[in-house]
Design a protein around this ligand. Structure first.
Ligand code: ATP
Length: 334
C-alpha cells in the first residue's frame, strides 16, 4: 500500500481551514483501498510557535477529538501524538548531522522571519529560535521514520518535502538504503480557506472560525466576515470574496453555480451570510454532537492516542531506530 501522512500542529483550536484542507480529505482517503494512513498531532512542532503549556494541551485534546468526530477510525489507521514517539526526536538528530546548513538557510519560514527582521532594521536572526530554523529537519523525521511515500501538502510546503528527500538521500548515500524518498502530493482541488480578515485562515492569525464552534457562535463569526460595501441589488464580485470561497468549500458544484448567479444578481451580504451559515452548519452539526461527547472525555482520547503510539513504535519506529543506530555506529540498545 501507499503510505500517506498528515499532521496538524497543536498550536490552537482547529478551524474550518484545517477541516477542509486536511481532516476532510484525509478521512476520505483513509477509506480508500491500498492506502496506509498516518495521522498525527504535531506537538513537537507546536513548541516552535507556542510556549503556553495549557494551550498546547487543550489543542491536543481538541484536535484529537476533531479527527475522531470527523470519522477517523483509529483501528484502521495510525493515529498518534508526535511526542509519544520519542524515536522521532532521535531520528531528528541523526538527520541533523547530514542536513546541509545552507539548505536550511533557504527554508521559506526562516527566510520570511529574516526578511521581517531586515525590514524592521533588526539583526537578521533577532528573536529567531534554532527550533524555527531546524523545523524542516523535524518534519523530515516525521516523514522518513515511517517511510511515507505521499505527503499531501499545499504548494507552500513542497520545499519541505524536497528537503526531506534531500536529507534521506544523503543518509542513504552514507549509511545504506534505509529510507524511501517521499513525494509531495499536491492537492489541486483542496482550497486554502481565507479567515475572517481575508488572510489565510490560521491558528496563528487569530482570524479563524473554529471547526466546532457552537451553532450561535458559528453564526456570529460568519456574520463578522469582512465584505465590501456593495449595496444589496448591485452585482457582487465572487473573485477575491472570502465569503464566496468559504461557500464553495462546502457546497456542491450546482450550489456553487447558483451562488455565483446570486452574486451577479446582487444578493445582499446578510442573505449570502445566512446561506453560508446554513450550508456549513448542515455539514458540521452531526459531527459537532460527536465532538462534544469526545472532548468531554479526555481519558478516552488519551487512551486512543497512547495505544496508537505504542503499536506504531513496536511495529516501525523502534526497529527502524535500532537499525539506524547500528548503521551509524552507535550502541545497540536492545
Ligand atoms: P499554524 O497557524 O499553527 O501554522 P494552521 O492552522 O495554519 O496552524 P497547521 O496545523 O500547520 O495549520 O496545518 C494543518 C493542516 O491544515 C495542513 O494540512 C494545512 O494545509 C491545513 N490548513 C491549515 N490552514 C488552512 C487553510 N486556511 N485552508 C486550507 N487548509 C489549511
Amino acid at each position: 500500500p501507499i503510505r500517506v501522512l498528515t499532521g496538524i500542529t497543536t498550536s490552537g483550536t482547529p478551524h474550518l481551514g484545517n477541516y477542509v484542507g486536511a481532516i476532510r480529505p484525509a478521512v476520505a482517503a483513509s477509506r480508500g483501498q491500498g492506502v496506509e494512513s498516518f495521522y498525527f498531532l504535531a506537538d513537537y512542532h507546536a513548541l516552535i510557535k507556542v510556549q503556553d503549556p495549557a494551550r498546547v494541551q487543550r489543542s491536543t485534546l481538541e484536535i484529537a477529538a476533531s479527527w475522531l468526530a470527523c470519522g477517523l477510525d483509529p483501528d484502521k489507521v495510525w493515529f498518534y501524538r508526535q511526542s509519544d514517539v520519542p524515536e522521532v526526536q532521535e531520528l531528528t538528530w541523526l538527520l541533523t548531522c547530514v542536513a546541509g546548513k545552507g539548505i536550511l538557510n533557504r527554508a521559506h519560514a526562516y527566510k520570511a522571519a529574516v526578511d521581517k527582521n531586515r525590514e524592521a532594521g533588526e539583526d537578521d536572526d533577532a528573536g529567531i529560535t534554532a527550533g524555527l530554523f531546524m523545523y524542516p529537519v523535524l518534519m523530515a523525521a516525521d516523514i522518513l521514520i515511517f517511510n511515507a511515500d505521499k505527503v499531501p501538502v499545499g504548494r507552500d510546503q513542497i520545499q519541505h518535502i524536497e528537503m526531506a528527500r534531500d536529507f534521506g538521500q544523503r543518509f542513504n548515500h552514507l549509511y545504506g538504503e534505509h529510507f524511501a524518498l517521499p513525494e509531495a502530493a499536491i492537492e489541486e482541488n483542496v482550497a486554502t480557506l481565507p479567515g475572517l480578515d481575508g488572510r489565510k485562515m490560521s491558528k496563528s492569525y487569530d482570524n479563524t472560525i473554529p471547526l466546532f464552534a457552537p451553532r450561535e457562535q458559528l453564526r456570529k463569526l460568519i456574520f463578522s466576515i469582512v465584505t465590501d460595501s456593495t449595496p444589496p441589488g448591485e452585482p457582487k464580485a465572487t473573485e477575491g470574496s472570502a465569503l464566496f470561497q468559504l461557500y464553495q468549500a462546502f457546497a456542491s458544484d450546482a450550489e456553487t453555480a447558483a451562488m455565483r448567479e446570486a452574486f451577479e444578481a446582487g444578493i445582499g451580504w446578510g442573505d449570502a451570510k445566512q446561506q453560508l451559515f446554513e450550508r456549513i452548519d448542515q455539514e458540521i452539526a452531526p459531527l459537532r454532537e460527536r465532538y462534544e461527547a469526545l472532548v468531554a472525555d479526555p481519558a478516552r482520547i488519551e487512551q486512543v492516542l497512547r495505544d496508537g503510539a505504542a503499536r506504531l513504535r513496536t511495529t516501525y519506529a523502534v526497529p527502524l531506530l535500532a537499525r539506524l543506530r547500528e548503521a551509524v555506529g552507535l550502541r545497540d540498545l536492545s
